[in-house]
Design a protein around this ligand. Structure first.
Ligand code: NAD
Length: 481
């Protein structure tokens, strides 16, 4: 059992109470279940966390790569030992179906192990010098104290995929988790402490985004800010960081597309579009929210899609067969229902059973023949809602797919290699699949989007080193003729 529910901040190696107005984190499946009460925070908490992270920095960056790797392996082991407890906490606090919550906990172990390995890989290049007899090379060094601002939808994995590379390459970290996932963040801090990550190296300061998040993004002691969340907040954070010439990375919204061509395996396409659109109630940043379908296969595709969506279990989230679950809050439920009501008559709408009605459930909903210029086809819904847009051919499909401001992930269903190759070349998305769903990416592969979806360098995999290190170009000359 956790020892810290009320002491949600973790600074300098000890748990602290948060100050400010009371905020609550509640169970989206049962709003009467208050998971945590905590304070909205004040900027002074960020000052104290920055002091603590800055004090810990010299010792942490001076450790050898193998020594840092050892501690990250220990952290992975701590997470493995408590993975069921972590998964249950995710399930309760953010309403994620337990099977996916378990997968998320397992993914964190993989990420920690990957970056433990990365801490002992080469981190520079030998560069042929112009000066005869000299040695020239690039050296990658930590950036310093980094601020991580994260959303609630992957409350374990997103903090870990930012913190693991940051720590592996010698930085110290202040994590500001989403208000709605504050207890999970405190559990994460417990696992870091149990892994003997030194005091001040990994800090967690929860609270209101507009108070604590803003103070972190604007703090002069923070050398880099990595953000995942909504577009509006991401842009504000980018401006705050640019203002003081700190580096930033923002991973934001998506309007992810699945293109279904007439030569596709329609059973596979229907299965993966249903999963991509509806699992976790469409609240993955990579969720499929548009299906662009060739007219010639529309009816057989829809028939299969309806059957697949009907087969997805809505709840309860603690049941391992649950696929959908509630949305995060009453506010999100009302916003998504209003979007659905404005969009007209749905083609598919799955009713919510009475025994789930107290949770923030939204009916999985599909609209067909959606106008590609409509709000439903262009704006992120972040709920279990799919817009189907009908096209005549491949070129029109690509044009429609690229017609939105976002470019996070995309998939194409086809059996034609030539179409797949043309799509890979022309689609405007950072993560591109053929005959796969738009969600998920291997934890060791680069993650990020194009256009309004992302800015700065990619996260995860080898790409993460770019953000969390700074290059020094070094030349050593012989000193004698
Ligand atoms: P959000 O933008 O509301 O909040 C994200 C974080 O920013 C939270 O920790 C919040 O407290 C903080 N924040 C809010 N206002 C702030 C401010 N003024 N200054 C600094 N920090 C502030 O997003 P959310 O509702 O938690 O998550 C949903 C959004 O996240 C969706 O738009 C989704 O697409 C996006 N998302 C994107 C990815 C990706 O990798 N592209 C992944 C997951 C979620």
């Amino acid at each position: 059992m956790s020892t810290v529910p009320a002491l949600a901040a973790f600074v300098g190696g000890s748990f602290r109470a948060t100050s400010g107005d009371e905020l609550t984190s509640i169970n989206p499946s049962d709003p009467s279940d208050v998971v945590l009460r905590f304070g909205s925070g004040e900027p002074g908490m960020i000052d104290s966390a920055v002091d603590s992270a800055a004090s810990a920095l010299p010792g942490w960056r001076a450790k050898t790569g193998p020594a840092r790797a050892e501690l990250l392996y220990k952290w992975a082991a701590q997470m493995a030992a408590r993975s069921e407890e972590l998964a249950q906490a995710v399930c309760r606090e953010v309403g994620k179906p337990i099977a996916e919550a378990r997968a998320e906990a397992g993914r964190c172990e993989m990420i920690l192990r990957y970056f433990a390995g990365a801490a002992v890989h080469a981190c520079g290049e030998l560069i042929p010098p112009q000066v005869a007899g000299s040695l020239q090379f690039s050296l990658r060094q930590p950036v310093g104290v980094v601020g991580l601002i994260t959303p609630w939808n992957f409350p374990l994995a997103i903090p870990i995929w930012k913190a693991a590379p940051a720590l592996a390459f010698g930085n110290t970290v202040i994590l500001k988790p989403a208000e709605a996932s504050t207890r999970v963040a405190a559990l994460l801090a417990e696992t870091a402490a149990a892994a003997s990550i030194p005091d001040g190296v990994f800090n967690v300061v929860p609270g209101s985004g507009g108070v604590v998040g803003r103070a972190l993004a604007e703090h002069h002691g923070v050398a880099a800010v990595s953000f995942t969340g909504s577009v509006g907040v991401g842009r504000r954070i980018a401006l705050a960081a640019a203002e003081r010439n700190a580096r930033f990375q923002t991973e934001m919204g998506g309007k992810n597309v699945a293109i279904v061509l007439e030569d596709a395996d329609l059973a596979l396409a229907a299965d993966l579009v249903a999963n991509g659109a509806m699992r976790y109630a469409g609240q993955k940043c990579t969720a499929t929210s548009r299906a662009v379908v060739q007219r010639a296969c529309l009816e057989p595709f829809l028939e299969r899609l309806e059957a697949r969506i009907e087969a997805l279990r809505l709840g309860p989230v603690t049941d391992p067969s649950c696929a959908v679950g509630p949305v995060i809050s009453r506010e999100a439920q009302e916003r998504i229902r209003a979007t659905v009501a404005d969009a007209g008559q749905p083609t598919i709408s799955i009713p919510i059973p009475d025994d789930l009605a107290k949770g923030f459930f939204v009916s999985p909903t599909v609209f067909r023949d959606v106008d590609p210029r409509s709000q439903l086809a262009r704006e992120e819904v972040f709920g279990p809602v799919l817009a189907i847009i009908v096209v005549d051919d491949f070129d029109e499909a690509i044009a429609v797919a690229n017609e939105v401001e976002y470019g996070l992930s995309a998939s194409l269903f086809t059996s034609d290699v030539a179409s797949a190759l043309r799509y890979i070349d022309r689609i405007e998305a950072g993560m591109v699949r053929v005959n796969g769903d738009t969600t998920g990416v291997d934890p060791h592969a680069p993650f990020g989007g194009m256009k309004a979806s992302s800015s700065g360098s990619r996260e995860q995999g080898p790409a993460a080193m770019e953000f969390y290190t700074e290059i020094k170009t070094v030349q050593i000359n012989p000193g004698k003729v």
